[in-house]
Design a binder for this molecule. Structure first.
Ligand SMILES: Nc1nc2c(ncn2[C@@H]2O[C@H](COP(=O)(O)OP(=O)(O)OP(=O)(O)O)[C@@H](O)[C@H]2O)c(=O)[nH]1
Ligand SMILES: Nc1nc2c(ncn2[C@@H]2O[C@H](COP(=O)(O)OP(=O)(O)OP(=O)(O)O)[C@@H](O)[C@H]2O)c(=O)[nH]1
Length: 440
């Protein structure tokens, strides 16, 4: 089920990044101990009252020339209006309503999108009544918050969650593999889609996805049904903000959310950049299966070490995604193209794999027997039982005497043992440790 997107919009310096970090705070701690996930984050996944959504801070769009501030904030607002499901509009309590705020408010107002008005830095004002002038913006109750003190964040999250859209029904049957092709401009995504479909054609089809503007392309191969998600989005060009990283990432996030398998198309000759890692990191966090596709293999000068060298380079850059297979191919010459769909099918199966509880417990007991769990102040972590609670991605709960004693490195060890036993190639897996309830 696709996670909705929440965008934070506001003038420079109102505290967007601070609030962004507050909103994704808990999750950040979990994700950051995975090596290789970048710290200068521009998106995050947040949970509140059992509802999950992605947050993106649209600030910091860099522009050259004069009149920058106004132009860049206008772009932020357009981007949010186009791509987000809920927009958090942030103002500064101390400075009151500025001209820039008014202009953005008008744009947001006309969009008809759900807007949550957050007034930050209330620690800087004497009384909350000072925020009442913000009622005049027409977005209802202004929510007073302080990013630095952490006040009002719960109220802000409540308002965001109340405005999230109802989850839409899944658009495709369960046996259809949904594939998103993600990558920088010019890596050959459209060429690859055409090559997969086996004919030169304009990428349009009559299956609009539920995401506005998304166009999906269904096809069948060797008895397996597939759909390529958001082929229209791959072709969008024109507005200024469409060249910004925030836009690409937001667009990619939405395609990733709707997909089972994410094809990270790379142009290794141009090198791997932060943006590639942001997007791959999102696919990891969203729990999707992934495959690296190295396109334009035809133009690479090759010897017997070339593939190995590329592989090492990819592994070095994407340390958190060692499970993803790598396929080298050429969309242009169709060299090695036939290798792709079997890999996609394989990782989709691994993503949906459910393992029998008794076999899982054998694997976990063996792992525990050959490498004892960590101890703390004379006590040892005791693992009682493991069970798979979900697929897509495979998710395991380990019941133990004291979950706080589960160490990151031991969890890693268990993950490796589980992978060694069941493979799970191409898919992230999740492991949670819970306290064994007293009566069980
Ligand atoms: N007093 C006070 N200061 C805050 C609060 N939240 C953020 N700040 C400060 O305001 C400044 C700007 O915060 P940022 O989070 O970087 O603001 P931003 O909106 O992301 O700024 P841009 O990246 O320029 O768009 C920093 O110095 C913060 O420490 C708050 O609640 N109260
Ligand atoms: N040599 C070679 N060129 C390729 C290959 N695949 C794509 N190209 C070329 O790379 C260029 C970009 O291809 P596109 O398919 O438009 O790339 P894209 O990723 O869809 O690009 P955007 O639409 O900008 O996001 C075109 O000139 C293609 O002909 C390949 O396998 N080998």
């Amino acid at each position: 089920m696709a996670r909705p997107v929440v965008a934070i919009v506001g003038r420079p310096n109102v505290g967007k990044s601070t609030i962004f970090n507050r909103l994704i705070g808990d999750r950040l701690a979990i994700v950051e101990d995975k090596p290789g996930i970048t710290r200068d984050r521009i998106y995050g996944i947040s949970d509140w009252n059992g509802k999950s959504f992605s947050v993106i801070d649209t600030g910091g769009i860099e522009l050259d020339g004069d009149d920058l501030m106004m132009k860049s904030i206008r772009m932020q607002a357009e981007l949010a209006i186009e791509e987000a499901d809920v927009i958090v509009f942030m103002c500064d309590a101390k400075s009151g309503i500025t001209l820039a705020d008014e202009e953005v408010a008008q744009m947001l107002f006309r969009s008809g999108k759900p807007i949550v008005l957050a007034i930050n830095k209330v620690d800087n004002i004497k009384k909350i009544e000072d925020t009442y002038e913000f009622y005049s913006l027409g977005f209802g109750d202004p929510i007073g918050i302080s990013g630095s003190h952490g006040t009002g964040i719960g109220d802000l999250l409540d308002a965001v969650v109340n405005n999230l859209p109802e989850l839409v029904e899944e658009e495709y049957d369960d046996d259809v593999i949904k594939v998103a092709l993600i990558g920088r401009p010019n890596v050959g995504k459209s060429s690859l889609v055409n090559a997969i479909l086996g004919e030169e054609r304009v990428i349009v089809s009559d299956v609009p996805g539920t995401t506005r503007d998304a166009i999906d392309t269904p096809f069948e191969r060797d008895g397996q049904r597939y759909v390529i998600i958001d082929t229209a989005g791959m072709r969008k060009r024109g507005k200024v903000y469409e060249n910004t990283e925030k836009y690409s990432v937001m667009r990619a996030m939405k395609a990733i959310e709707r997909a089972d398998v994410v094809l990270m198309v790379l142009n290794i000759e141009e090198g791997i950049i932060e943006q590639d890692k942001h997007i791959a990191g999102y696919a990891y966090e969203a729990g999707k299966a992934s495959v690296f596709v190295v396109n334009k293999w035809d133009v690479v000068e090759k010897d017997d070490k070339t593939m190995k060298n590329f592989e090492t380079k990819i592994r070095d850059h994407f340390l958190f995604m060692t499970y993803a297979p790598i396929v080298f191919l050429s969309a242009l010459t169709k060299q090695r193209l036939q290798k792709l769909l079997p890999v996609v099918q394989h990782v989709a199966q691994q993503h949906a794999l459910r393992v029998p509880t008794h076999v899982l417990n054998d694997v976990v007991s063996d792992a525990v027997a050959s490498n004892a769990p960590p101890t703390d102040k004379g006590r040892r972590l005791r693992i009682n039982y493991a069970t798979q609670v979900a697929t897509k991605p495979p998710t395991f709960v380990i019941f133990a005497n004291d979950p706080d004693m589960m160490h990151f490195s031991y969890e890693r060890y268990l993950e490796n043992k589980i992978r060694a036993a069941f493979n799970f190639e191409g898919t992230p897996i999740r492991i949670f440790t819970r306290r064994k309830s007293d009566e069980s």
